[in-house]
Design a binder for this molecule. Structure first.
Ligand SMILES: [Zn+2]
Length: 125
């Protein structure tokens, strides 16, 4: 005699889409629009150069350059960003924020699915 649980399992594998698998597919589809991605803050930094008798440094104006401040394994450091790459890096940072929000959203949905599966199992037993 086959148990109802085994019958339900076969049914769910062959016919009903697994909501957790569907959720994963949705998540992966969202990732496609979020590349390139970066976490950190992009800021304009003014720093002196190493040249002697530099007019910009002498006047205190110094040299402006973009830096991406990144936190990695507890350490914070700055990556020099060439001017022409600023729009792309800015977009990557924006994508990073969207990705964080997406992970939070996916987590809430995943918990909902897991809870739903739990109550379905309960109501069937
Ligand atoms: Zn200088």
């Amino acid at each position: 005699m086959t148990s109802t649980c085994a019958v339900w399992h076969i049914y769910s594998v062959t016919n009903a889409p697994d909501p957790l698998v569907e959720l994963k597919a949705w998540f992966i589809a969202q990732l496609d629009d979020l590349w390139p991605v970066a976490l950190g803050s992009l800021s304009l930094r003014r720093s002196p150069c190493i040249r002697k008798n530099c007019q910009a440094c002498a006047t205190g104006e110094k040299h402006a350059s973009y830096v991406l401040y990144v936190r990695r394994e507890g350490k914070r450091y700055g990556l020099y960003i060439p001017d022409e790459l600023v729009p792309q890096v800015r977009a990557a940072v924006a994508n990073g924020r969207k990705l964080e929000a997406l992970v939070a959203d996916a987590g809430v949905r995943a918990v909902g699915v897991l809870k739903g599966a739990r109550s379905t199992r309960r109501s069937r037993s």
